[in-house]
Design a protein around this ligand. Sequence first.
Ligand code: SIN
Length: 355
Amino acid sequence: MGVRSEQVSRSIATMAHTAPLQSPRRRLMVGCGVAAAWGASAGAWAGEALTIRFSHVVAPDTPKGLAVERFRQLVQQRTGGRIQVAVYPDGQLYGDHDEMQALQLGAVEMLAPSLSKFGRIGFPEFELFDLPYFFPDMASVQQVTQGPLGQRMLDRLARQRLVGLGFMDNGFKHMSANRPLLEPAHFAGLRMRVQASRVIASHMRALGARPVTLSFSETKRALSTGVVDGTENPISNFWTQGMHQVQTDLSLTHHGYLGYAVVANQRFWSGMGAADRALVGQALREALAHGNQIAQLENDKALAELRSAGQTRIHGPSTRQAEQMRLAAEPVHAELAKRIGAHWLVDVRDAFTSA
Ligand code: SIN
């Protein structure tokens, strides 16, 4: 191992152990130094011992947590431990507000942010995935994410020094509060926690609620203290965050999709060298295929657990209520089409209707 590579490898391993004890600001500053080192030359660390820090904001036993864990195991097995993936779940290292910046600065090597989070860093077309009642089912989402259009979207991320490596599913979202939320009238005046997504915020406004942007890790507390009245998430997130302890009602509205894109720091990715890149890329593809296969099962399992915990009233909208909810969301589609160009909506819809 070259002296420089050894230093970088060591500094990364050291940071991986010490970073949770440092303030986010300090961590980002340390990260800058490492990013500069990664930038030395393409393939500079080929064949070296490495630790890939993979940060995410959800629990280990969610679709995302399980897919990342599979990736960690595959890389560990196939490199005999030479390349390690250090996984930081639950926003331990970075939360949704600073994880993207941490990646761009090189303070972590990989992330899987929700697709909503790409809108605010210059990729508003990713907000398509937030559109309520746009994708009829998971198969339609996958027609897009696993096809040429999805690849084109990932490739565009290079403009922000990100390597888009693949899409990862969670599932369809549902509404929760201390009351049923089955038709627009039920949302009047409620403060609803949303991710930093203009589309989701606009959807809440269209329903008559007030959107409040909060990071994922702050959500349960905000619900329990009454800072917000309700939220939306797939059941796996709702259950693993213990939101059922602070919300009495879950309404199975199935109104929108939540998924992720796995991204790597560009300088780190090219610094790895072709053989390691191929190996890590293959491990990730397999982990994503596994994650996407179990995502629905994990959400079903969470619903069964929620039912048997018996603390939550679970509702489903009638046909009339579902139709009212769908109609209320229409202006949100028109607003996004105006912002990003109607061709994006047409292309995405074509990708799943022509399949
Ligand atoms: C996630 O699943 O990564 C977070 C989703 C959210 O912020 O609601």
